[in-house]
Design a protein around this ligand. Structure first.
Ligand SMILES: [Zn+2]
Length: 267
């Protein structure tokens, strides 16, 4: 049996020992509850973040000081309001939650908190929360990560125009779900593209000079992009790249004392 890495299944004396280990690291998977088109479930981002961190933690050597919190299932998704089932929390509430939980963890002695986020719409919010938390705590390193950013080889697997325009519930997410949980994928494959038109020269939806888009500006089905070509083989390749990329990143993080903080014992 592999070691227990779910903090919620441990007893408090075990947690006290865990927190006291050098480099003790807690990963907090962040999801969302938001529409993912007529074919993917509301908890798509949550499922990806949780399955990915578990697969990484299962493959890491047993003696490493890393554990995970239960999933944060509700996030910041105002762009998807108006599509039934989307539940978005206020940004201030999520920031306060990250700061409060980080302060508690640091109080027990944990040294790093990794926010492992599956929802593209809350990248900047979690970065803001992380910076706010870090600035209030001398001893806790905070690493706000987005699961699709970082692992090598992901972009190469997605052909244009999906690579630039498949922003939501499109080729990549649908393929990954077909690999991980095909029973959760409905038969519809909307091709909504971007019905809001193309931005003028020099402007973009998400790149340089971006636009705070709302899904309803761009799409009637909730899909932003093209899910018609999705398939489980592509999903398996994406899963492999995501797993490899994050496994390597967590290995190197745990072998280091990154990020620098004011740890008394490190001086
Ligand atoms: Zn998503």
């Amino acid at each position: 049996m592999t070691r227990e890495f779910q903090l919620g299944q441990m007893r408090w004396p075990e947690v006290a020992q865990a927190a006291a280990r050098p480099g003790s690291t807690v990963v907090w998977p962040f999801g969302s509850m938001e529409q993912h088109g007529p074919h993917l479930p509301l908890h798509t981002d949550s499922l990806f973040a949780e399955r990915l961190i578990d697969s990484v933690l299962e493959r890491l050597p047993e003696n490493l000081p890393i554990w995970r919190l239960p999933l944060q299932p509700l996030g910041f998704s105002p762009e998807h309001r108006g599509f039934a089932g989307t539940l978005s929390l206020p940004a201030e509430l999520l920031i306060a939650q990250v700061v409060a939980v980080g302060q508690e963890l640091a109080g027990y002695g944990f040294q790093r908190l990794v926010l492992f986020n599956g929802h593209g719409g809350q990248i900047s919010l979690l970065q803001t929360a992380a910076r706010q938390l870090r600035s209030s705590l001398p001893t806790l390193g905070v690493l706000p990560c987005f699961i699709w950013s970082g692992p090598e080889g992901i972009q190469e697997l997605i052909p244009e125009p999906e690579r630039s325009e498949g922003l939501h519930a499109a080729l990549a997410e649908t393929s990954l779900m077909l690999h991980l949980a095909p029973g959760l994928v409905a038969a519809e494959r909307p091709i909504d593209g971007n019905q809001g038109g193309l931005p003028p020269r020099g402007w973009s939806l998400e790149g340089a000079a971006p636009n705070a888009w709302l899904t309803r500006d761009l799409s009637s089905t909730g899909v932003v992009g093209n899910s018609s070509g999705a398939n489980a083989e592509l999903g398996a390749e994406l899963w492999q790249k995501l797993g490899e990329g994050w496994l390597q990143r967590f290995e190197s993080l745990l072998a280091s004392d990154w990020p620098p903080t004011d740890r008394p014992e490190a001086r």
